[in-house]
Design a protein around this ligand. Structure first.
Ligand code: PGA
Length: 253
């Protein structure tokens, strides 16, 4: 059985003070909840304080980062390395989010290098894949996602694959209030698992968690999580309020 993972992607929200408040509220709401793994991915500026707070509270909430640069150190002004994240207790790193691909022009080879760098530091990448509305309407959704998986996971070794986390995030559903239907999300997540099985072997891929992301809210979380190939959620907007995020976590547990 795969333990579902619910990860909150705070994006470019929350000052450090606000981040600390959010995570203390969340830690108390989630205390004692079992059967689900929870992660929060604050902005870089709050990783240290959130990490310290989670430790102090003895919380089981894991720490994630939203991005990383695929080199361990060097003259890369403004960038953050995998060892810097690891030293703060970061467990998960979001890689290939569509906002970085679309707004910052990140290409698959760069995403693949980040996946490799995160694994090399002993952390777990949360690889985001997904299609635009035009691609879906033209019947190209599966092909787009297949291409992303093939390219972005090209440097992953067979024995590393079982620890991967992949998040299917249709771009048209992110921050729009439009959610994929549970059936559409299940179809894609099952396709992703089959593709991973072809790449890394059937037994390896049984333990890979494939999340859904895109306007996940307290009122649609349960029906999405009920699907056999949806192993949790990557939550943006609804992760910014402790009560909403906790309700989504409860739906997954
Ligand atoms: P959303 O964002 O929940 O606000 O749609 C999801 C994401 O981008 O990870």
């Amino acid at each position: 059985m795969r333990t579902p993972l619910v990860a909150g992607n705070w994006k470019m929200y929350k000052t450090n003070q606000e981040a600390v408040e959010l995570v203390s509220g969340l830690a108390s709401l989630l205390k004692g909840l079992g059967g689900v793994e929870v992660a929060v991915c604050p902005p870089f500026t709050s990783l240290a304080d959130v990490s310290r707070l989670l430790e102090e509270l003895g919380s089981s909430v894991a720490l994630g980062a939203q991005n990383v640069y695929p080199r361990s150190e060097g003259a890369f002004t403004g960038e953050i390395s995998p060892p810097m994240l690891k030293a703060l207790g970061v467990k998960y790193v979001i890689v290939g989010h569509s906002e970085r691909r679309e707004i910052l022009g990140e290409k698959d080879d760069f995403v693949a290098a980040k996946v490799r760098a995160v694994l090399d530091e002993g952390m777990t990448p949360i690889l985001c894949v997904g299609e635009t509305l035009e691609e879906r309407e033209a019947g190209g959704a599966l092909g787009k996602v297949e291409g992303q998986l093939d390219a972005d996971l090209a440097n992953v070794k067979l024995e590393e694959a079982s620890a991967l986390v992949v998040a299917y995030e249709p771009i048209w559903a992110i921050g729009t209030g439009k959610t994929a239907t549970p059936a559409d999300a299940q179809e894609m997540n099952s396709f992703i698992r089959r593709r991973l099985a072809a790449m890394f072997g059937e037994s390896t891929v049984e333990s890979v968690r494939v999340l859904y992301g895109g306007s996940v809210k307290p009122d649609n979380a349960a029906e999405l999580m009920a699907m056999p190939d949806i192993d949790g959620a990557l939550v943006g907007g609804a992760s910014l309020k402790a009560e909403d995020f906790a309700a989504i976590v409860r739906a997954a547990s």
